[in-house]
Design a protein around this ligand. Structure first.
Ligand code: HEM
Length: 478
């Protein structure tokens, strides 16, 4: 805590003060720039593309430059996950005996999850028809909400939450809830409180663990632990029900496929019930807010850019028509809608950070020394929206930028899902959800600015950026 001497050749950054390290300067810049991603972008202008910080007792390196991000995510030495208090959730899992960090265990589990996801069909129904069903239910619920005058004004930034939760829960447990279901409400409530309580640089108790003991309420620690316990218990109850009704020949979702492994005599030692629960927790944490906030950004931009909306609707009408809902098999014929999805992911992830990594051993990044156990994180703004990203007018929502000579072409700086050993596991689910939810709603409705309520283009700073609450006027298409 008191050490203010930087290791030799540590990446440049603000001065370290005793106890707080560089936390005050980060907080100050964040206040001035309003967003953490902007604060670290400003530091990159001042100190260079790799910034060396110390927050409380932790060494934290933020990577901003596009080449440096690529080098970082390709590095085997930097492929660990934070152990200590920074990533409290995993620590909490570890206390329960779950090893979800950087160990071989995670790579073994990861391969298994990927295989199941890739096959896209471990539920009773395969994944695409499951999302297509949810899309139909969502469109119906929009029609049901219309006012007697035939239109409605609703808060768009949260319109997708329950449908996203349902697709995740269908995939994990094979369960779909009605919007009124008390279990769904409780799940939503737990996740909402969990996200409100965590921050990208960790909750204050992460850097100053003493706060956990002297100020458990104020530091947020108590709420943090309670919400994790509630989510764990929620999942554990479901696991018990799954075990009681398990049928080897009729897997309902990921839990059942995993139970099959647990029941087989030659299972590997990393497979256990706690591990299964920890994976389900990770999937909820990583998959719910990211997708629903991306959809929030998508619809914010569709009402701010009516031409984009019109072009997408023309493509939907031409390829799908009005008699059936869009499906995933329509995707290859709908390049414009695909570009809307790609652009949505750019404006979302371009304001986000990767999940934190940890240096597994003393190593180097872009010539700088990174000590073992330092936490390393990339600000994806640098690659996807920053001055050396090569992206023209990065603040403008322009799906056409991903199209070259009639073909979808992605820049090598386009990395909304990261890459390397920890590349996002939910990419195909997230892309399918955004594509289907958006195209089904555009097929049926027009979205515009609600008179007197122009939406703000400012966003919420946090673990995952999101649009500020905004209203959309929704009218059925003639
Ligand atoms: C718009 C949606 C999403 C975006 C932009 C996104 C982005 C990312 C990024 C940038 C990472 C970190 C890569 C790294 O640290 O190197 C990540 C990791 C991860 N994501 Fe996603 N994600 C999304 C949706 C999802 C969904 C729907 C799921 C689950 C079904 C999911 C599951 C995960 C998991 C489990 C990891 C950790 C992988 C590992 O550590 O090996 N994500 N995601």
């Amino acid at each position: 805590y008191l050490d203010t001497k930087k290791p030799k050749n540590y990446p440049p950054g603000p001065k370290w003060l005793p106890i707080v390290g560089s936390a005050l300067e980060v907080a100050d810049k964040r206040k001035k720039c309003r967003y953490l991603y902007q604060a670290t972008a400003e530091m990159a202008r001042e100190y260079g593309p790799v910034i060396g910080l110390k927050v409380g007792k932790d060494l934290v390196v933020v990577v901003y430059g596009k080449h440096e991000i690529r080098e970082f995510l390709s590095s085997e030495d930097l492929a660990g996950r934070p152990k200590g208090l920074f990533f409290e959730m995993r620590t909490w899992g570890e206390r329960l005996g779950v090893l979800l960090t950087d160990s071989e265990f995670w790579q073994e589990q990861r391969r298994f999850i990927l295989r199941q996801l890739r096959e896209f069909g471990f539920g009773r129904k395969n994944m695409s028809s499951m999302i297509e069903d949810e899309t139909g239910i969502m469109v119906k619920s929009f029609y049901n909400m219309l006012e007697p005058n035939g239109s409605m004004t609703i808060n768009m930034e949260c319109a997708f939450n329950i449908h996203i939760l349902n697709t995740l829960w269908m995939m994990l447990a094979g369960i779909r809830y009605s919007p009124e279901d008390k279990n769904l409400k409780s799940l939503q409530d737990i996740l909402g409180r969990l996200f409100a309580n965590v921050d990208m640089v960790g909750a204050p108790f992460s850097q100053f663990p003493i706060l956990k003991f002297i100020a458990p309420e104020v530091s947020g620690y108590k709420l943090y632990v309670e919400t994790h316990q509630q989510l764990w218990e929620f999942l554990n109850e479901e696991l018990k029900r799954h075990k009681a009704t398990w049928d080897e020949n009729n897997p309902r979702g990921f839990m059942d496929v995993y139970l099959k492994i647990l029941n087989s005599p030659d299972r590997k030692s990393s497979f256990c019930e706690k591990q299964l629960l920890a994976i389900c927790m990770d999937m909820f944490m990583a998959g719910s807010e990211t997708t629903s906030k991306s959809l929030g950004f998508c619809f914010l931009n569709l009402i701010l850019y009516p031409d984009v909306q019109k072009k997408a609707q023309q493509e939907i009408d031409r390829v799908v028509g009005r008699d059936r809902l869009p499906g995933l098999t329509d995707r290859p014929q709908m390049p414009y809608m695909e570009c809307v999805v790609l652009e949505t992911l750019r404006v979302f992830a371009g304001r986000a950070f990767t999940v934190p990594h940890r240096a597994l051993r003393d190593t180097h990044l872009s010539g700088y020394f990174i000590p073992k156990d330092a936490m390393v994180i990339a600000n994806l703004h640098g690659a996807m929206m920053g001055p050396d990203s090569g992206v023209e007018d990065p603040e403008i929502f322009r799906p056409e930028r991903h199209m070259k000579d009639g073909k979808i072409t992605l820049a090598d700086t386009y990395i909304p899902f990261g890459f390397g050993k920890h590349r996002c596991l939910g990419e195909s689910l997230a892309r399918a959800n955004i594509f289907l939810f958006t195209s089904a709603l555009l097929q049926h409705f027009n979205f515009s600015i609600s008179p007197g309520c122009p939406p703000s283009t400012e966003c919420i700073d946090g673990v995952t950026p999101g649009p500020l609450p905004f209203k959309a006027l929704i009218t059925p298409r003639k």
